[in-house]
Every structure is written in C-alpha cells, then in structure tokens.
Ligand binder design. Sequence first.
Ligand SMILES: C[S@@+](CC[C@H](N)C(=O)[O-])C[C@H]1O[C@@H](n2cnc3c(N)ncnc32)[C@H](O)[C@@H]1O
Length: 210
Amino acid sequence: MIVDEKIEAYSAAHSSPLPPLLDALAERTRAETTAPQMMVGRLEGNVLRMLVSLTGAKRVVEIGTFTGYSALCMANALPADGELVTCEIEEKHASIARDFFDKSPDGSKIRLRMGPAIETLRGLPEQAFDLVFIDADKEAYPAYYEESMRILRHGGLIVADNVLWSGRVLAPGDASSRAIVAFNERVRTDDRVEQVLLTVRDGMMLARKK
Ligand SMILES: C[S@@+](CC[C@H](N)C(=O)[O-])C[C@H]1O[C@@H](n2cnc3c(N)ncnc32)[C@H](O)[C@@H]1O
C-alpha cells in the first residue's frame, strides 16, 4: 500500500457504496485465502465500476479473477445484456468466486474461464471488447498487453493494476518488478494508445486504444 491507509479509508467512505455482498466476499476471502490483499478492495473496485460506467462498456475481459471481487464490481456497472469474461488458473480461488457469482444479481453477466489466461485470451475474437482489466501474474504483463490490444476495439480501454508494485518500479530487482517496468515502458512508447498512470492504491495504468 503506497497511499496512507487512513486516506484510502476516507476516500472509500466518500465514494458510492458497493453492493453489500462484496463485504461478505471480502470477509470470506480473508478467512479462506492466504493472500487476501490481492483483492482490489473498495476504492479501486469503485474506480473500476466507474470506468465501466463512463466508457459505456458492454464487453469486458478480466485477467485474474481471484475470488471475484473486481469482477463483481465491474459487472455491477454492465447493462443486463453486458458480458464479462474473467480468467483464473486456481480452482481454489475460482470456487469462491463461483459461489458469489451465483449469489449476485450481476453474476449472470460473468463467464469464468479456467486455465492459463494467455490461452484464454488467444481464443477470444479481435476487436470485440470495450475494456480489459489486467491483474494476474506480473511477469506476463507485456504478453497480456499485446493480446489485450488485439481483442480491444478502437477507443477501448486497458486498465492494468499494480503498475507501481509498491514503489519497486523505481529500483526493479526481481523478475516481476522488471516485467512491470517493461510493461509501463511499452505503454509509454506505444503510439497506438494514450495513457495515464494513476497513483490509486498500487498504481493503475489506463491506456486507451486510439
Ligand atoms: C491479484 S489476483 C486478482 C485479484 C482480483 N482481480 C480481485 O480484485 O479480487 C491474481 C489472480 O490471477 C490468478 N493467476 C495467476 N496466474 C494466472 C494465469 N497464468 N492465468 C490465469 N490466472 C492466473 C491467481 O490465481 C490469482 O487468483
């Protein structure tokens, strides 16, 4: 967490409420998983929901479901005929996500795809999606970016989480940090997009395909 925790809580408290089911999901995630901090949490979840609303997205792809928190935030802003494809590799995570997708009125908009995300992405059609949220294994961010650009329509938005990697981007010493630095550099030098790196939580890259 880069932003002061009290400031983060204040910001979340002054943002629109999320569906109460998400509190129950967060509680179960904390009780049953070893890395609950992987959830985007209330503030970033709200930002994601707002981005889906603002862009009018109808078709969304998420790379990294975990227990479904961010998927349910984004699905909440999708129209009834909207669709969110979310990719996960760990059955233990997916089974909690499935439980909560079943309990949520937004769950019917969500399609959970099991397996390596890169393979799922390669099976998706070109220029068919409005928004892609990248939030899985950091070393694959550069590869996820290229596939996301392929499946995204012109004017569509890529959102990538953890692009500040707790500040390690300033002195990258391990493979994940180096991959995130390579990703950020790729976006910065890519004429196909316009982008802004937001200092929300652990860093959110917004890259709009021209
Ligand atoms: C940071 S968590 C996602 C958090 C989620 N977006 C949320 O806010 O609750 C990353 C997830 O990606 C999954 N994952 C890791 N490598 C993957 C891969 N190669 N393909 C698909 N999912 C993967 C992990 O099991 C984990 O559940």
